[in-house]
Design a protein around this ligand. Structure first.
Ligand SMILES: Nc1ncnc2c1ncn2[C@@H]1O[C@H](COP(=O)(O)OP(=O)(O)O)[C@@H](O)[C@H]1O
Ligand SMILES: [Mg+2]
Length: 257
């Protein structure tokens, strides 16, 4: 599904990422972990097209997408959430999801919000999908609330619903559990597992919550200071001495950065 070779990103003199590689198979749920500043979000920015690499190649389903724009990559099936939530604050939960839908289908923001006639047929089909995502993410009770009035944990779930609305093949989740309490994190864990299984999605997850990562991911890649430090199963990563030294610290595999 995704193959990345020798990816590099420099910001002036700063090397944010170098010699980065990854290969993700269809249907995998893989984690990308590492200390703050390791380059995790930079990887997502390069994969989603927000940034252009200074070197290296990105292949998605065999196609070279290294320099494609974010909208082109979204059309091909790469969706992401952001470490810092980006919702339309003045729109309801439902409209936030609908806008993502229409952007994906190329019909744009205003026809969606104005309910223009030529969009009514797709509107029906879309409403069904929106309902499905509201159910899946436990958002039915707040469907008409403005995004800005929602608690942080709920906004995070709206972000995931928005990403799903673009019918992705590869979903990139950037610290979805950041700022969530224990109950919210547990429910998020179940949601990610369900999305992965029910939609057969390929997922790359950046997350500091090691308990969650170890529980749901089959493979983990560790980044440290812009370089790949290790790739392996949760058991391999947990017992890798370089990883313990660089990241896990205590070595019990359940700490957070
Ligand atoms: N737009 C940018 N301009 C300059 N430096 C950046 C930019 N984005 C990230 N960096 C730098 O790249 C490094 C990796 O950052 P980032 O990918 O955000 O790390 P992580 O997500 O793992 O915490 C950091 O040193 C950060 O300061
Ligand atoms: Mg980050």
């Amino acid at each position: 599904m995704l193959r990345v070779e020798k990816l590099e990103k420099r910001f002036g003199g700063i090397v944010a990422l170098t010699e980065y590689y990854v290969q993700i198979e269809q249907g995998e749920l893989m984690a990308l972990i590492g200390p703050n500043g390791a380059g995790k979000t930079t990887v997502f920015n390069l994969l989603s097209g927000v940034l252009k690499p200074t070197n290296g190649k990105i292949y998605f389903q065999g196609q070279d997408i290294t320099v494609k724009r974010p909208d082109q990559k979204a059309k091909l099936g790469i969706a992401r959430t952001f470490q810092n939530i980006r919702l339309f604050n003045e729109l309801s939960v439902t409209d936030n999801i609908k806008v993502a839908f229409h952007m994906h289908m190329g019909s744009g923001l205003w026809p969606t919000l104005l309910h223009l006639p030529r969009f009514r047929r797709t509107e029906l089909e879309m409403s069904r999908k929106v309902d499905e995502f509201l159910d899946l993410l436990g958002l039915q009770a707040v469907r008409n609330e403005l995004a800005k009035n929602l608690p942080y944990g709920t906004q995070r779930r709206v972000e995931i619903a928005r990403a799903l609305a673009s019918a992705p093949k590869l979903l990139l989740l950037d610290e979805p559990a950041a700022g969530l309490n224990i109950n919210e994190t547990e429910s998020l864990k179940n949601i990610i597992t369900r999305i992965h299984k029910e939609y057969g999605l390929t997922i790359l997850l950046v997350e500091h919550d090691m308990k969650m990562v170890m529980a749901i991911c089959t493979r983990i890649q560790v980044l440290d200071r812009g370089r790949v430090l290790a790739v392996g199963s949760p058991a391999e990563i947990r017992s890798d001495s370089r990883v313990i030294a660089a990241y896990l610290g205590t070595g019990n595999g359940s700490g957070s950065a």
